[in-house]
Ligand binder design. Structure first.
Ligand code: ADP
Length: 482
């Protein structure tokens, strides 16, 4: 680092000249001014990088006037204290008072330039740190202001589980005056911190029933304070209604699917008996009608299996068989069937997979099921043109891959776009109702993708087409270590 110049503030002519000579040898000009306010002002008008303050300016016990030096505009310049030879006490006191460095006075034995450079360096570092801390303080202040306006409960806890902040919604549930309390006792009546907090030092999600009897889904994230502490901000969303609806769905699906399975098995059994001629010879027409019944019963069977699958997912009875696998291997499972479906409708199915994709850590059958659902929908709801499936890296994020399916089909009205992932939801369009389906596929698919740590979403313009995208973490991020 090349310094432009330094200034000596003080009245010890001899020391100043010795310093000037030592620095001149190093190519660093030294200006000299008095050790008072006037000298400081003079220094502020000059283009210098370092202020050297002669500690002999101070009365005994009086600190270096660092604030005054900053006050005249010498803000970026470090203050280096010049103390009497061997006066270690004054040297240390100077550092405590805000000096960045110290030099011993004449005779100046060693080259002072490197220490001045070091002082400039450390001042720059301090200023950057101060700026960062302030930015963090400001951000966490703004964060509290935003969180304060939420209708949902939110709180901030310290690393040792003390409640530092609760917004109004949280206070309405738990009461006021609880700041400083231990979060797991106050919020959850527990004697020890919950597993999520103990094991998860980063962002976390959990569900809990709070003291008002309502169910909440919480997400938490770490926020840094200016002092470098990592506090945890948790925000809850009221999902009571969702949970109740889910419970009703669960009971309904469970009852209906099991009640349908038994008679359907009987229908299948007797159909087979008749088709095999065990109940007497059938003529060609009768056989044709029985084939139609068999196909319908097969469809019904598929629907029931989907219902049972959806129910398992809703009940959390949903185990992923995770393994390391490539995107191409997963596509091999589903593409033959999807190509056949597309061909039947006279559609082209284009597939583009980036070559450099890393392996995934996932349940390949489940991901194949998601692809089959999404591509299957595109084929169902498109009359001409081509459906395009692409797999590549998420732009700007090498830790995630994105699979996208685009079609030029019927599209989805704006008001339905947010609902198509709900259980049993089908858009009220004639073109939808002529197709098979019960509104289960996307709901199941979203849960599968979520269980893998990914996201599934849709874009669409009614009458123009749709695009469905889902992301998955690549193996390095998702696979457990060891
Ligand atoms: P299903 O296809 O069995 O009806 P899904 O849950 O897979 O059930 O889809 C829900 C609804 O979303 C569909 O009924 C349809 O209205 C709409 N949808 C899904 N994919 C598309 C698509 N590619 N184009 C237009 N509409 C779609």
């Amino acid at each position: 680092m090349q310094l432009k110049g330094a200034i000596y503030l003080g009245d010890d002519r001899e020391a100043a000249l010795a310093l000037e000579k030592a620095l001149r040898d190093e190519g660093l000009p030294l200006a000299i001014a008095s050790g008072d306010l006037e000298g400081m002002r003079k220094a502020a008008e000059m283009d210098i990088d370092v202020v050297i303050w002669d500690r002999d300016n101070n009365e005994p016990g009086e600190p270096i006037p660092v604030r005054q030096i900053r006050g005249v505009g010498l803000n970026r310049q470090p203050v280096v204290a010049l103390v009497r030879q061997g006066d270690v006490g004054s040297a240390l006191a100077s550092l405590a008072e805000g000096a960045s460095e110290f030099l011993f006075k004449s005779p100046i034995q060693e080259n002072p330039a490197p220490r001045l450079i070091q002082a400039v360096d450390s001042r720059q570092r301090d200023m950057r740190l101060a700026w960062c801390s302030k930015a963090i303080e400001d951000t966490s202040g703004q964060l509290k202001a935003i969180v304060g306006t939420l209708k949902d409960p939110a709180y901030i806890v310290s690393p040792d589980y003390l409640i530092l902040y609760m917004n109004r919604a949280a206070q309405e549930i738990f009461g006021e005056g609880l700041w400083g309390g231990v979060c797991y006792r106050v919020f959850y009546d527990r004697e020890e911190p919950c597993g999520v907090c103990v094991s998860d030092k980063g962002p976390a999600r959990w569900r809990s029933v709070l003291k008002n009897g309502k169910s909440y889904r919480f997400v938490s994230t770490l926020i840094r304070t200016g002092g470098g502490e990592a506090e945890k901000l948790a925000v809850g969303t009221d999902i009571t209604l969702d949970e109740e609806v889910r419970k009703i769905h669960k009971t309904f699906i469970s009852n209906v699917s099991h009640d349908l399975r038994t008679p359907l098995a009987a229908i299948d059994q007797y159909l087979n008996i008749m088709l095999e001629g065990q109940a007497g010879e059938m003529n060609a027409d009768q056989k044709k009608y029985l084939e139609v019944i068999k196909r319908s019963s097969f469809r019904l069977h598929n629907l029931i299996e989907n219902l049972i699958d959806a129910n398992n997912i809703l009940s959390g009875r949903f185990k992923l068989r995770m393994q390391v696998t490539g995107v191409k291997e997963i596509l091999d499972i589903v593409l033959p069937l999807l190509r056949a479906q597309a061909r039947e409708k006279g559609l082209a199915l284009q597939v583009t997979v980036s070559d450099d994709l890393p392996p995934l850590y996932c349940d390949s059958m489940r991901i194949a099921q998601v692809i089959a659902n999404v591509v299957g929908n595109s084929v169902k709801f498109t009359e001409r043109g081509s459906v395009h499936l692409r797999a590549g890296f998420m732009p700007g994020d090498q830790a995630r891959i994105i699979l996208s399916v685009e079609d030029p089909g019927i599209g989805i009205p704006k008001e339905d776009l947010g609902k198509i992932f709900d259980l049993f939801y089908r858009v009220e369009q004639d073109q939808v109702y002529v197709e098979e389906g019960a509104g289960l596929g996307l709901s199941i698919s979203r849960d599968i993708v979520r269980a893998h740590g990914g996201t599934l979403w849709a874009e669409s313009v009614e009458g123009r087409g749709s695009a469905f995208h889902f992301t998955l973490p690549t193996r390095d991020v998702a696979a457990p270590s060891g």
